[in-house]
Design a binder for this molecule. Sequence first.
Ligand code: UDP
Length: 362
Amino acid sequence: MKYDFLIVGAGLFGAAFAHEAKKKGKNCLVIDRRDHIGGNIYTEEIDGIQVHKYGAHIFHTSNREIWDYVNQFAEFNNYINAPVAVYQDELYNLPFNMNTFSKMWNIRTPEEAKEIIAKQIASLDIQEPQNLEEQALSLVGRDVYEKLIQGYTEKQWGRDCKELPAFIIKRLPLRFTYDNNYFNDRYQGIPVGGYTKLVEQMLVDIPVRLNTDFFTLKDVEYDRLVFTGQIDEYYNYQFGPLQYRSVYFETERLECENYQGNAVVNYTHREVPYTRIIEHKHFEYGAQPVTIISREYSREWEPGVEPYYPVNNAENNSLYERYQQLGEAEEKVIFGGRLGQYKYYDMDKVLEAALAAARQYL
Ligand code: UDP
């Protein structure tokens, strides 16, 4: 049998594209190297707790169409992400807001906070921020940068803040209200029962082959290919490898009901080896008598480990452009997702891209 589409990668991009293709009457085969669907949003139930095996995923979007789209596949709860940051023996609310500033400077009003930040910024003389450090300093000043950004970012990316692109820090809101919501988006939540179930719903009646590597696949015929793996690997690293950041987890089951009182606690001090601890049950307000926590460590990607984050600095972006040109010249191959498009996508943006590709190619 010949498929209309071979879809490589059963993550969010692949699953959404497959779902749309199936709706249009196309025959699709989805394959994945791993032994499960869902890519990095995969969740696994342990003791009644949905464990985010590849790190915390909180769905958020301002796009009503995307929100309606995901809600076809799962019911979303009303979880609002409000991480806290631990710096040495101090604890702060994130994102940077009046709770953070009031704790840091023992002040109360937006006016006082703005004045302190403005003073710190004025002494820096940064015109147009050229990198993450300059961007962060010119947004929030030195105190917040040194306690809550610098150490965390250097652990997370394994690079000096001066060598990282400014846009990464703009992901975080800065506000002068007492509002700990990590996102500014209109819609937010976690799919009740986990992300794996959501992806399963997207893939209903679509054949999926797990433990199947595209590069050694032999017996499958298809018209078009949707590739959501690393674009540089697809082209056999012919211009050299792109850089990715990887993370790994130390997951523990604890005989305690509530370990840290929050789903996400960031450790922003450089000396703490992990970047954050996730307590999974709090994503779904779990009342189990036990808990599962994951300490998240960051490392550089190399062949054999899972790639998570593209490192979108100038060097990698220009290398990616060369791969992208090869990709655009292909008539029968569509590249998608974080790895296929070398882009630090959030889940809603992945879906937007998958639906746009579906509109274009179906
Ligand atoms: N960040 C930080 N301190 C924190 C949390 C985040 O400096 O406590 C910075 C860091 O550079 C990070 C970026 O903000 O890479 C984006 O954080 P986000 O939480 O969006 O990252 P993700 O959850 O995608 O890993």
